[in-house]
Design a protein around this ligand. Sequence first.
Ligand code: NAD
Length: 359
Amino acid sequence: MYNIALLPGDGIGPEVMEEAKKILIAIGEKFDIEFNFKQGFVGGASIEIFGVPLSDETLNLVRNSDAVLFGAVGGPKWDNLKRELRPEQAILKLRKELGLFANLRPAIFYPSIADSSPLKNSIINGNLDLLIVRELTGGLYFGTPRGRENIGQTVRAFDTMVYTSDEIRRVARVAFEAARKRRKKVTSVDKANVLETSRLWREVVEEVGKEYPDVELSHMYVDNCAMQLVVNPGQFDVILTENTFGDILSDESAVLTGSIGMLPSASLGDKKPFLYEPCHGSAPDIAGKGIANPLACILSAAMMLEYSFDEREAAYCIRTAVEEALKKGYRTYDMKDGAKKVVTTQEMGDIIRDIILNI
Ligand code: NAD
């Protein structure tokens, strides 16, 4: 039996989470897997009840689970709170508390939604299937010192980009392990021509690469990578990179596939529970309308089955069902171009569930 903490959050979070839960129940039935779901409050929903974005109660629930499925947090209602009280702190604190140092974001192109991609078909050429492994707890976003100071009439602001060899080594291993299960290619992305942290990054990744002689390793500067993603995305298998570069490149690769509503992610650490979440936010502009795309959350549940529970057949079943639904022309509103039938959030969940139960 797997204990799963469900943290729906705000906006469209609860709407897409409901559909992911529906799919997991169907998978449980089909593959004879028992899931025990426990739900907790995060983000704005938690602020309303506990006055903080992540309560000790939710943190305990998470610590006692085997895996966490997270919806999305945030919304205009809480935008004016102090930084440490804002809903988005919930996800940052969870990453920190659970030691989730590696963020995995696959970008897969589904031929049936080619019209939703900003790239020409001739560039994608039917073969966009990459995985970004982003370091999540180090680098510029966490380095100290950071701050601002007044120097005469001028204001000086500063951040620190810092990495240790241990931090680089552990995330590099995640990337090489992932590549072993895929097409066995790692492209490590850095800015070693300018940054000291990148020079260390390259050295350590080279070292780790020697432990994986079956995986081909190459290096690329981040500016070139940003360009290569739009001129020849098919060349990539696993992209390994540090926090800031990964933040930017993963959003770039996200839009290549069509809609942000399609993109799942996994955050892994040294020990379980790991956390899974759609890449999108709480989308307050469409919340409550029943039109959100639930596929990113459903595909995040598939990643959970694969990475936390090694239930690869079940994960594959979800992905196949998603592909099948898209092939049949079912789309949510965000991908309405080329749709045979535009369906609601709930209808999309029902369609995927029915395909799973009938495959
Ligand atoms: P967003 O991802 O919520 O929305 C961007 C655009 O994409 C919107 O037009 C939205 O309608 C659309 N969209 C997003 N997900 C969709 C889906 N599943 N189906 C259909 N359309 C979808 O980003 P934003 O507007 O910049 O942020 C809104 C709120 O979400 C903010 O409070 C922000 O801080 C928060 N946020 C939270 C997370 C998280 O919880 N991990 C991540 C990003 C943003």
